[in-house]
Design a protein around this ligand. Structure first.
Ligand SMILES: Nc1ncnc2c1ncn2[C@@H]1O[C@H](COP(=O)(O)OS(=O)(=O)O)[C@@H](OP(=O)(O)O)[C@H]1O
Length: 294
């Protein structure tokens, strides 16, 4: 009797899918470099969430010698003009890697783009997905801060945070950043294609506070050998965040990571925390795990 995985697919289907995926991988193989490396489609993708800590996650994962990470966000599955270029183009955006290495890219917008789960599934149903989430209210403030700085740079006007968060005395449901924090809605789309066992949720709040245990869990999920260790991290008091140490070289993330958020009046904050209780509960139920959010 075929065994059934969490998505309901039989093991026979999975075998077929894996063969199909490896044939796609072979068809899109780019030229082999004389040193034995080549560009490969990612076997792992960090799908989001925007402002969840995706940069920190990919940089920390890159500490592992078994990982080859794309430097910039590729936006292959969510931008039509990129998607139309096809998988060969996608592969050509990847770093050169050795056959034993896992290629990874991060595009935080994937998590909230409804077309993306099916597209990744069709590329390779065996793709391992990493999703880093943080407290949904904190995520909104971080999202607002990002847009605020972008507009400031372009000398454009920006609205104070309270006016985007509240409309006619109530939570502004039209605010895009609010929708991005409704994790259960987006997660439902992913679970239509991928079983939970293929999606590892990283606790973004914990990655900030104490990155090592989170990274050890990621290593396990990706079946990587245990390489990342305490000496890879040190706390930088000036930045207020952990920074990375690799082969004696120390570096922190870019100054755009870890910016101060705007002060929000406490009744509004309380309203937001309250608002997210139910969506968070639904999310926890979906993934069978809880997080220490407000
Ligand atoms: N070690 C370390 N150093 C600096 N920043 C860290 C770190 N770990 C997690 N973070 C948090 O990452 C948040 C940015 O998330 P993303 O990289 O996903 O943002 S983006 O969507 O790619 O723009 C960023 O959000 P803000 O604090 O709002 O700037 C950080 O809180």
């Amino acid at each position: 009797r075929p065994t059934v995985n969490e998505a309901g697919a039989s093991s026979k289907t999975v075998d077929y899918e894996q063969r199909r995926a490896s044939s796609i991988q072979n068809q899109t193989q780019t030229a082999v470099h004389p040193n034995g490396t080549r560009q490969q489609l990612p076997q792992t993708i960090i799908i989001g969430v925007r402002k969840g800590g995706t940069r920190a996650l990919i940089e920390m994962l890159s500490l592992h010698p078994g990982i080859a990470a794309a430097e910039s966000e590729v936006h292959f599955f969510d931008w039509e003009d990129h998607f139309e270029k096809g998988l060969q183009w996608y592969a050509s955006q990847m770093p050169f890697s050795y056959p034993h290495q896992i290629t990874v890219e991060k595009t935080p917008a994937y998590f909230t783009s409804s077309k993306v789960p099916e597209r990744i599934y069709k590329m390779n149903p065996a793709t391992r997905l990493l999703l880093i989430l943080r407290d949904p209210t904190e995520r909104i403030l971080s999202d607002y801060t990002q847009v605020f700085y972008n507009r400031l740079q372009k000398h454009k006007l920006y609205q104070p945070i309270e006016t985007v968060l509240i409309k006619n005395g109530d939570i502004n449901m039209d605010y895009k950043a609010l929708n991005r924090s409704l994790y259960y809605i987006h997660m439902q789309n992913w679970l239509k294609y991928f079983p939970l066992s293929h999606i590892h949720v990283v606790d973004g709040n914990m990655l900030i506070k104490d990155p090592l245990p989170e990274m050890k869990r990621v290593e396990k999920f990706l079946n990587l050998s245990a390489e990342i260790n305490a000496s890879n991290f040190y706390f930088n008091k000036t930045k207020g965040f952990y920074c990375l140490r690799n082969h004696g070289r120390e570096r922190c993330l870019h100054e755009s990571k870890g910016r101060a958020h705007p002060q929000v009046a406490s009744p509004i904050l309380a309203k937001l925390y309250q608002f997210f209780h139910e969506p968070n509960r639904k999310f926890f139920q979906l993934i069978g795990r809880t997080f220490d959010w407000h």
